[in-house]
Write a protein that binds this ligand. Structure first.
Ligand code: ADP
Ligand code: ADP
Length: 237
């Protein structure tokens, strides 16, 4: 469970990224965060793994406050959170296998620095995750030889091998064409349903949010203006 208690974020330049956010997110939800550019979607998502520090309130993940967590505690919390970004963040010249394997580093509590240290289990998890996103045949391909959609699915596989119960995706389909967008959203839905992961995804598209999520949170100027099931979301002006 993720809880936001009266969370605000004011950037050093005075801009309000988030304004008094109160939220409870249950395990296994598929949530879309929608809103115009600058509404605070990214700030909200990034504050969950403390890539962005909030300036007021508290964020609690499974009984542990992330707000003032010390380094070691923060690392434990971040192990529970997989991150998928708009630009995939793959090591381009590296193989798909190596990119996905690197996600295993987020699984261990001790730091493993080189690829040589991976175990049989790491390799089998990698293959299983690639099967999940339909890219088994690309194991040894170079990442920059894949299409954008395939690269995003590699980044989903990388998040999967981390075995984190929470997946945060910051505009994961922003740079993809409509068909590829559907595939990537379906993969996210699949890991939500089959692996019971909590998925929180930032989207620009309201139709996509309605199609895939069980709950939509709409932001405007850093405030929640809607929080509910897709069927209750009415067009606003
Ligand atoms: P969204 O993801 O919905 O586009 P953001 O969370 O990126 O919105 O931004 C929310 C607001 O905070 C915007 O007004 C944006 O300009 C501002 N903002 C975001 N990041 C920073 C930053 N590092 N410094 C100052 N203002 C920022
Ligand atoms: P630490 O410095 O505590 O070891 P990491 O840098 O390994 O933390 O990452 C911790 C968390 O942040 C993980 O959940 C990871 O997926 C996420 N993360 C890592 N790099 C980025 C990034 N560039 N953007 C967003 N999230 C990231």
């Amino acid at each position: 469970m993720i809880t936001f208690n009266n969370v605000s974020k004011i950037y050093p330049n005075g801009v309000k990224g988030l304004s008094n956010i109160n939220l409870t997110i249950q395990d296994g939800e598929f949530i879309s965060i929608i809103g115009l550019s600058g509404a605070g979607k990214s700030t909200l998502l990034r504050s969950i793994n403390r890539l962005e520090r909030i300036t007021e309130g508290d964020i609690i993940i499974n009984d542990t406050s992330i707000t003032n967590a010390k380094k070691k505690e923060l690392r434990m919390l971040r192990r529970q959170i997989g991150w998928i970004s708009q630009n995939f963040n793959l090591v381009k010249r590296s193989t798909v296998q190596k990119n996905v394997l690197s996600g295993r580093l987020g699984y261990y509590s001790t730091f493993k620095s080189t690829f040589g240290l991976f175990t049989k289990e790491d390799y089998s998890q990698t293959e299983e995750a690639l099967r999940m996103v339909g890219l088994s045949d690309k194991l040894h391909a170079r990442s920059d030889e894949l299409s954008g959609g395939q690269q995003q699915r590699v980044s989903i596989a990388r998040a999967l091998v981390q075995r984190a119960p929470i997946i945060l995706a910051d505009e994961p389909v922003a740079s993809l064409d409509p068909v590829t967008t559907q595939n990537v959203m379906q993969d996210l839905k699949k890991i939500n349903l089959k692996m019971n992961k909590t998925v929180i995804v930032n989207l620009h598209s309201v139709p996509l949010a309605k199609e895939f999520s069980t709950r939509i949170i709409a932001l405007k100027y850093g405030e929640i203006i809607f929080d509910g099931p897709p069927e209750e979301l009415t067009p606003t002006r």
